[in-house]
Design a protein around this ligand. Structure first.
Ligand SMILES: [Zn+2]
Length: 118
C-alpha cells in the first residue's frame, strides 16, 4: 500500500487518507475530491470556451454585416447582406438580431425609400 508522510506528526500514513490516524489532523485532499474538482474545472472550461466562441461568432458577424451594409446601396443592403451572411453559415437568429440592431442604430439609412434625397 502506498504511503505518505503526515505533514504534522511526520508519521507514515495511507496515501489516500484524508485524516492522519496518529494526530487526527486533516491531510491534503483525497483522490475523489480531486476528481470532483477536476470535473468542475473541466465543465467551467467547456462553458467558457463555448460562450467565448459564440461571442466571437457574433462579433465576426457584426463586423461582416456592418461592413456589408456600408458598401451596399441602402435599399438593397438588408436583403443582400442577410443572404450573404446566411451563406457564410451564420445562424439565422443571429443574422436577424444583427439586422434589427443595425436598423435601430441607422434608422435613416434603412428606410425603404425608392429615391435618394439629393
Ligand atoms: Zn499526523
Amino acid at each position: 500500500m502506498a504511503e505518505k508522510q503526515c505533514p504534522k506528526c511526520k508519521m507514515m500514513i495511507d496515501k489516500d487518507a484524508t485524516k492522519c490516524p496518529h494526530c487526527r489532523s486533516t491531510v491534503g485532499t483525497s483522490k475523489s475530491t480531486w476528481v470532483v474538482l477536476c470535473g468542475i474545472i473541466f465543465i467551467v472550461f467547456l462553458l467558457w470556451v463555448g460562450s467565448s466562441s459564440q461571442t466571437d461568432d457574433k462579433v465576426i458577424l457584426k463586423d461582416f454585416f456592418y461592413h456589408c451594409m456600408d458598401t451596399m446601396p441602402k435599399n438593397e443592403g438588408p436583403l443582400f447582406c442577410t443572404q450573404s451572411a446566411l451563406g457564410r453559415k451564420f445562424k439565422f437568429d443571429d443574422v436577424e438580431a444583427i439586422l434589427k440592431q443595425y436598423v435601430a442604430e441607422h434608422p435613416e439609412q434603412t428606410k425603404k425609400k425608392k429615391t435618394k434625397p439629393l
